[in-house]
Design a protein around this ligand. Structure first.
Ligand SMILES: Cc1cc2nc3c(=O)[nH]c(=O)nc-3n(C[C@H](O)[C@H](O)[C@H](O)COP(=O)(O)OP(=O)(O)OC[C@H]3O[C@@H](n4cnc5c(N)ncnc54)[C@H](O)[C@@H]3O)c2cc1C
Length: 425
């Protein structure tokens, strides 16, 4: 009997340490008036403590300086870190750096690992993953950014959109078309390049987003990036020519589920606010917690969070068993299933606080605005639904009459049980 929902006691102790550390040491940073540079300074000593606890960069194997915990333990860790968006960088586990260090570990050569990968993993460098082009994120075959070979260099031209941390990073990993020949398989025409952010020809414009103005975010900025005749040496190609899609999938699969794991932490924090308010506030002669509507919100939220959590941990477990590329449906499913749950729990938490919840005196309105992005980043919900539905439908054959067609089944049943033939009304 292999089903087991328990957490090893030693790991539970680590989780307990993390809970307290996030609550007591990281969350206070949320309410100080820091800019992103001050935030990066403030977390340096915290990063040292995390490293001392052996909890740094848990997404990578020990041979690459990580903890090699696997996805299930990582899932439990991310639940804790997800409560505050300031926490993942303190644990060397924030997007896009975590995915990028994983990508360089998978695809990079030794020099690339030493120059870019290892310092990124160590938290000494910051990075961006520059893939989306405006209006084509759902269909990367339409990307037009391209790289042309010129002697020992590649020259990049094109524009990317909504690139996280582009302007605050040390390097970008850029997806660009290297094969423009007619009839080429679009999934084999793109390559990845490591491009230093200070390379000549890069122009960036930081964007105002729904949840924060361009200069407000402590962890992330998001930019439109133009690459104009940006020259990089050939050794900056990451992986082989034409391998960008395959490699990006390896990066995006784990990256996607890490977001979903963090959403459980967001849900828990919102749920705690919802329940605390319910038992604290009386209106019309009784506590909110005595009203059936509020009880329904709490019961429905608890069930929804638990279902998202189990689906997430099951996807994580599947990745541990068969690898990320064989767990694509599970990862896609939790992406579109978990995001609306996070949204709904936050929305109820806001509603129960009334106008206080709508104000900046509570964190809920900001969390809710940020939660909206979850249905877009790492691919919109619609695309993940298509992935899941297509894979499921592959298991079905078209039939003239439905398998469950009762008259046909009756004919077959009467052949199996002739003694009862003709007994149906
Ligand atoms: C907060 C945030 C951070 C991001 N960070 C990065 C980053 O660091 N690097 C990066 O490269 N990109 C990043 N992105 C971009 C993100 O990956 C894209 O927004 C996403 O892939 C969707 O692409 P798009 O915005 O171009 O939407 P489009 O491709 O224009 O799609 C628009 C809409 O069309 C609909 N649609 C698309 N396909 C289908 C379909 N098959 N069936 C039905 N409907 C469909 C969906 O409703 C979709 O929302 C980020 C986005 C956000 C919001």
């Amino acid at each position: 009997m292999a089903w087991d929902f328990s957490t090893e006691p030693e790991f539970e102790q680590k989780l307990e340490w993390m809970r307290e550390f996030v609550r007591e040491r990281i969350m206070p940073l949320e309410v100080l008036d820091l800019d992103w540079r001050q935030y990066r300074e403030a977390i340096k000593p915290l990063m040292v403590e995390v490293k001392e606890q052996g909890l740094w960069a848990a997404h990578l194997g020990p041979e690459l300086g990580g903890q090699g915990y696997g996805q299930v333990k990582l899932g439990l860790m991310h639940e804790v870190l997800g409560a505050s968006d300031l926490a993942p960088p303190v644990f060397g586990n924030a997007a896009p750096d975590s995915g990028n260090s994983e990508l360089i570990a998978i695809a990079g050569d030794r020099d690339q690992w030493e120059r870019w990968g290892a310092p990124l993993l160590d938290g000494r460098l910051y990075s961006a993953f520059s893939m989306t082009e405006q209006g084509t994120g759902s269909d990367p075959r339409q990307f037009t950014t391209h790289a042309t070979r010129d002697g020992d260099d590649w020259i990049l031209n094109g524009a990317k959109w909504l690139v996280g941390n582009a302007s605050r990073s040390d390097f970008h990993i850029v997806m660009a078309r290297t094969d423009t020949s007619e009839g080429a398989d679009p999934y084999k025409t793109m390559s990845l390049f490591i491009v230093p952010t200070d390379a000549a020809g890069i122009e960036m414009r930081d964007l105002d987003l729904m949840h924060e103005a361009a200069d407000e975010g402590l962890v992330h900025s998001h930019s439109e990036v133009h690459y104009r005749d940006v020259r990089v040496p050939a050794e900056n190609m990451l992986g082989g020519e034409g391998e960008a899609f395959v490699l990006a999938q390896k990066r995006l699969g784990p990256g996607r589920i890490h977001h979903c794991m963090r959403w459980i932490g967001v849900c828990r924090r919102a749920f705690d606010m919802l329940c605390e308010r319910a038992v604290s506030k009386s209106v019309h002669g009784s506590l909110l917690s005595d009203k059936q509507t509020i009880q329904n919100w709490i019961a429905d939220s608890a069930a929804a969070i638990e279902s998202a959590r189990l689906l997430t941990l099951h996807a994580a477990w599947t990745m541990d068993q068969v690898g990320a590329s064989n767990a694509r449906s599970e990862i896609a499913m939790i992406k579109y299933y978990g995001a609306p749950i996070m949204h709904d729990v936050l929305d109820r938490a806001l509603q129960i606080h009334g106008s206080l919840g709508f104000s900046g005196d509570m964190p809920i309105e900001q969390m809710l605005r940020w939660a909206r992005a979850a249905r877009l980043y790492d691919g919109p919900d619609e695309v993940h639904r298509v992935t899941v539905a297509r894979r499921i439908l592959k298991g079905y054959e078209p039939r003239e009459l439905p398998t469950e067609h009762i008259p046909s089944r009756r004919v077959a049943a009467e052949r199996l049980y002739p003694q009862f033939a003709g007994s149906a009304a």
